[in-house]
Design a protein around this ligand. Sequence first.
Ligand SMILES: O=c1ccn([C@@H]2O[C@H](COP(=O)(O)O)[C@@H](O)[C@H]2O)c(=O)[nH]1
Length: 245
Amino acid sequence: MSLSFEQAANKLMVALDFPDAEQAKGLIQTLEGIPCYMKVGMQLFYASGPDFVKVLKSRGYSVFLDLKMHDIPNTVKGGARSITRLGVDMFNLHAAGGFKMMTAAQEGIQAALEDDSSLKKPLLIAVTQLTSTNQETLNREIGIPGSVEQSVLAYAALAQKAGLDGVVASPLEVQAIKGQCGTAFMTVTPGIRPAGSESGDQSRTLTPGQAIGQGTDYIVVGRPITAASDPREAAEQIIEEMRQE
Ligand SMILES: O=c1ccn([C@@H]2O[C@H](COP(=O)(O)O)[C@@H](O)[C@H]2O)c(=O)[nH]1
């Protein structure tokens, strides 16, 4: 059954990779009325911080704070507590930080919820292997043996054991992750490139329609929308393609 416009838009996370809040607000204005998720990454957060998250929430957006925490458990616990207080809907950390780090993040979430019972529990997901990583990078540069998919599945298993809600991976790995962890275990997939667009620094890519066809829960799209000559048209075309699957 094909998705409605709203259902497809709800599965689209737009990566607001901008150097300042003004430029990000410009894109939000352009996309007004499209009920997509907004993703705030390190570039925008380091520049405009919690205030910009509040702007997005006040405009009714679901917000994924993509800061990819990776530190000792105590530090990540504190970071998770602070992030939860911002009222974001989803945030993430690197599965490579290990089981204790991932459980510490959940303790941080719980502590924030106990501080303020009006807060909603955010979804917590783990980055497996970055979508810019290819087989060569993994084995020769980073020195991790085995295939990219094996590594992704090992991190997904660890994240699930630690009680997380899902993982960030390439759409190419969605079926294997869902097969191993179950369909309720969420996949959030960057590395999305509409047919004919530049892959740039992304290595493990699929088109929006192919990614939805693999059964992913959310696709993350940055430059194919933000760098398009008509970002609204680009977003609408991506949503239409998602609907066809
Ligand atoms: O493995 C990962 C994890 C996060 N990202 C983020 O997604 C967007 C993708 O942007 P594009 O411009 O569509 O390439 C970006 O914010 C990354 O930080 C990822 O690409 N891969």
